[in-house]
Design a protein around this ligand. Structure first.
Ligand SMILES: Cc1cc2nc3c(=O)[nH]c(=O)nc-3n(C[C@H](O)[C@H](O)[C@H](O)COP(=O)(O)OP(=O)(O)OC[C@H]3O[C@@H](n4cnc5c(N)ncnc54)[C@H](O)[C@@H]3O)c2cc1C
Ligand code: SF4
Ligand code: SF4
Ligand code: SF4
Length: 377
């Protein structure tokens, strides 16, 4: 095969960057540097770029693992028994943590943190890539190996409410968890969990399918439902504050369920429709069709559950073992119902909402960008 027949970072430039679809996940750079090829780096604007084009072997792996590229979809669908419209799953629950410390800081029901804490306690994993808050609208990926660090990284609460200035004039809620994958190769950790958005879990699955090191050390993926992430500068912030009539430095907690939910200092809760915040959604997110984290071991969100509970979609056999293990140890508990019928109706409604959001997101992506280079996913 001629070299020009293989896709490379040049193709990512034309098919992703130039179309405004790069989500700045760093997956391409992670592989290129973990493989010691070092042709790419993260630039000042957080986007990947060639640092030394001469070093590019045109191996094509950055192209294949980029979440915007769907070339490996048939293989992944087969490997995971993917079924429309949101992939395969084994069970659906509304559950919450029983740990009071986690309850205080978690986003919804604290299931993510509890499952990870259980997995650490049992030696199922040695650590987890999670995202620690560094300000109201900023998170940073970090590898944690200790339950206390896990709890510290959980949730969307902020100790103080006026950190906006500390993180500069560009605010971004996206946390590039994949960038930590390249550091796994340098650590002694062999069994790691990753908490990530659909685009991140999708990239990890593609790395695993291609047997790209060190993705094999990720033995558990907990995937967040994801409608969008935000990125905005001071001008957009001021415009937004005017139209929404709230001050963003007064936002204490941010969550997304049926809409964007901002809890303000003092406890007032403001619901913002997605349309009201569309202008600060990252362009890559507007063109992204994945909502329910179809390839995770366990997918989680708030949608479909009452406040204080996490909607938990158990997808793989491994995910099921973990969920059942944590439940049997009373680390998590399920929403109780008066009858089996009531439970079935609750779960049917929750599933209907997940599917409706997944379809809505796919429709939005279709409108935003021509999906002719993507598959039917
Ligand atoms: C950007 C984003 C968008 C979301 N969109 C939706 C949505 O549209 N609908 C919906 O129902 N649910 C959405 N969720 C999921 C929801 O907000 C909760 O994270 C989920 O229900 C788990 O709650 P929990 O209490 O069990 O998790 P917790 O126990 O509180 O743990 C949360 C975990 O998520 C990690 N985390 C937090 N922020 C990020 C981030 N930006 N990137 C990667 N990891 C992160 C934390 O490190 C922690 O490990 C979204 C989450 C995020 C981060
Ligand atoms: S060496 Fe491979 S991974 Fe690195 S930029 Fe070139 S094609 Fe991409
Ligand atoms: S892998 Fe991530 S950072 Fe690289 S081009 Fe694709 S979206 Fe952008
Ligand atoms: S919407 Fe979520 S899954 Fe899609 S690109 Fe944005 S952060 Fe990733």
């Amino acid at each position: 095969m001629a070299e020009e027949d293989i896709k490379s970072f040049h193709d990512l430039i034309t098919e992703v960057h130039e179309k405004g679809l790069c989500g700045k996940c760093g997956g391409c750079v992670s592989f290129c540097s973990a493989g010691d090829l070092n042709a790419l780096e993260i630039g000042d604007d957080d986007a990947p770029r060639f640092v030394d084009e001469e070093r590019c072997l045109k191996c094509g792996i950055c192209y294949l693992i980029c979440p915007q590229m769907k070339a490996l979809n048939p293989e992944l669908k087969e490997a995971f028994g993917w079924k429309p419209p949101i992939g395969s799953y084994r069970s659906l629950h509304s559950a919450r943590t029983t740990d009071e410390r986690i309850k205080k800081v978690c986003t919804d029901g604290g299931v993510v943190t509890s499952l990870l804490a259980y997995a650490l306690k049992k030696g199922i994993i040695q650590g987890a890539i999670v995202s620690r808050k560094i300000g109201p609208f900023a998170r940073q990926p970090v590898i944690v190996t200790d339950p206390d660090e896990l709890i510290e990284a959980a949730g969307s609460h902020f100790e103080e409410s006026s950190h906006l200035e500390e993180i500069g004039r560009q605010y971004a809620t996206y946390s590039p968890a994949i960038r930590e994958v390249r550091n796994l190769g340098k650590s002694d950790l062999q069994r790691i969990a990753l908490v990530g958005t659909p685009c991140q879990v999708y990239t990890v699955r593609k790395m695993q399918y291609l047997k790209v090191l060190p993705a094999d050390t990720i033995v558990l993926t907990i995937g967040l439902f994801c409608m969008e992430n935000f990125s905005f500068d001071d001008r957009a912030r001021k415009r937004l504050e005017k139209s929404l009539k709230i001050r963003l430095d007064k936002v204490e907690k941010l969550n997304i369920k049926d809409d964007v939910i901002a809890t303000l200092v003092g406890g007032e809760v403001v619901h913002l429709p997605f349309e009201a915040v569309d202008e600060i959604a990252r362009p890559a997110c507007m063109g992204c069709p994945d909502f329910a984290n179809d390839y995770a071991d366990i997918s989680v969100g708030g949608l479909g559950s009452p406040d204080g509970y996490t909607t938990t979609l158990v997808r793989t056999v491994f995910g099921e073992k973990l969920y059942n293990g944590a439940k049997s140890q009373n680390d998590i508990e399920e929403l109780s119902f008066r009858s089996h019928e009531e439970m079935r109706i609750h779960k049917t409604k929750a599933m209907a909402r997940i599917i409706a959001f997944a379809k809505r997101k796919k429709e939005r992506a279709k409108k935003y960008v021509s999906l002719d280079f993507r598959s039917d996913k």
